[in-house]
Design a protein around this ligand. Structure first.
Ligand SMILES: [Zn+2]
Length: 414
């Protein structure tokens, strides 16, 4: 058992009552404990339900990522726009039905992969999303985009509406995501951060994802400008003044909490800036999406050495083959063998929960928290000196999920 907030326990026991954990390390139930190795037919590790802090579930019906590996971000964005237009234009089903089916498929896939809390960037309105039953904790980051005065005003209205409390659905957590510097005016990022303070919700921004983005911010030109012109979305005034990712970090610093999505090309000085604010600002590393675009090596060891809070996300099926956060952590372990396995597990559990601001509910196994857990069938039979190493054996897979105290994925259990 890996409580995450405490050292691992061999033959650990957790007592749950209803949807909550009441004890870790002892059986207070008055009943015989369930032996999970019998359920899973092999040695298992019990972890908190995994937390995927960044995805876009609207793409969850894609069988393959859009475009092709190694393509420039600017070209891939055109693929995304074309995909959305196909959904809107489809005669086979309404766009609303298509989006809802994708969200439901994505939520089920999360659950099957041991993920019980997700940070999802949504483009559908809240009313549409509320039609979906949510089997897991669901952060709804409303995407905000726009660079003209008219668009900014409309998006601020949308953000305000989105943050209205959804008291009937405590598993839904409204949040905001100004999309990216190339698509979203600085005024809109600032407004989203101000609203997040009032609502005590996190803000997510794709930032420093590509060298093209740095070029656009510094010079107002390059492939992203060409892409925006092609889409009829080029607003010269938005890039009249040279800027850099640091300008956006300073805006995000004014939010209640913020997630810097990707941060592939931040500077060492930016790492220090983020490290000084690690309690409220985190960076989301998306390893397989990073590989898909063929980016330069991710500076994970450097970020960690500086003290930046780094968490791991899947991003969406538009740039990733699936939503399996466990695979994402496995890839992180293989790509960065110098990073301690215990650190990597935290990136998909407790640290991800803290990045979202929900660590008092999810992300570790402790009394009072939600009884959300992931079962991982582990390959090796000998416990190594560091038990965390068993988790990243190539054969270790998620074989079951408990959400709010109930086994929810019968298919994977067998
Ligand atoms: Zn993303």
């Amino acid at each position: 058992m890996f409580p995450i907030c405490a050292p691992p326990l061999v033959d650990g026991v957790v007592t749950i009552a209803g949807d909550r954990i009441v004890a870790v390390g002892e059986n207070l139930s008055g009943q015989r404990a369930v032996d999970l190795s019998e359920v899973a037919l092999g040695d298992v590790a019990l972890l908190p339900g995994l937390v995927n802090p960044h995805t876009h579930l609207e793409f969850s019906r894609l069988a393959h990522p859009l475009g092709h590996p190694g393509m420039p971000l600017s070209a891939w964005i055109l693929e995304v726009v074309a995909y959305r237009r196909r959904i809107e234009a489809s005669a086979a089903e309404s766009a609303e039905d298509a989006r809802r089916a994708a969200l439901e498929a994505g939520l089920q896939e999360c659950l099957a992969c041991g993920v019980t809390t997700v940070g999802d960037i949504v483009t559908a309105g809240l009313d549409e999303v509320l039609q979906c039953p949510a089997p897991i904790g669901w952060y709804l980051f409303q995407e905000l985009r726009g660079q003209t005065a008219q668009a900014i005003a409309a998006q601020i209205d949308l953000a305000r509406q989105h943050l209205r409390p959804v008291t009937s659905r405590p598993e839904l957590r409204p949040a905001l995501s100004p999309h990216a510097p190339y698509s979203t005016a600085r005024e809109l990022v600032a407004a989203a951060c101000a609203l997040s303070r009032d609502a005590s919700c996190p803000v997510a921004l794709h930032l420093a994802e590509s060298r093209e983005e740095l070029q656009l911010l510094a010079t107002g030109g390059g492939p992203l400008r060409d892409m925006l012109e092609q889409l009829g979305a080029w607003v010269p005034a938005a890039f009249a003044r040279a800027s850099a990712p640091r300008d956006y970090l300073q805006l995000l610093d004014t939010a209640h909490r913020s997630l810097v999505v990707h941060g592939n090309y931040l500077l060492p000085a930016d790492w220090d800036y983020l490290a000084q604010r690690a309690a409220r600002m985190a960076v989301v590393y998306c390893p397989r999406t990073h590989q898909y675009f063929g980016h330069e090596p991710y500076p994970l060891p450097d970020l960690l050495r500086c003290g930046v809070r780094v968490v791991v996300g899947t991003d969406s099926r538009a740039s990733n083959p699936d939503l399996d956060l466990w695979q994402e952590l496995q890839v992180t372990a293989r790509t960065h063998p110098g990073v301690a396995p215990a650190e990597i597990v935290r990136m998909g559990t407790l640290n991800a929960a803290a990045a979202l601001g929900w660590e008092t509910e999810v992300g570790s196994l402790a009394p009072g928290l939600r009884a959300d857990m992931a079962l991982v069938r582990i390959g090796g039979h000998q416990l190594p000196t560091d038990p965390h190493e068993t988790l990243f054996d190539a054969t270790s897979v998620v074989c079951g999920t408990l959400s709010r105290g109930s086994f929810t994925d019968q298919r994977r259990q067998r």
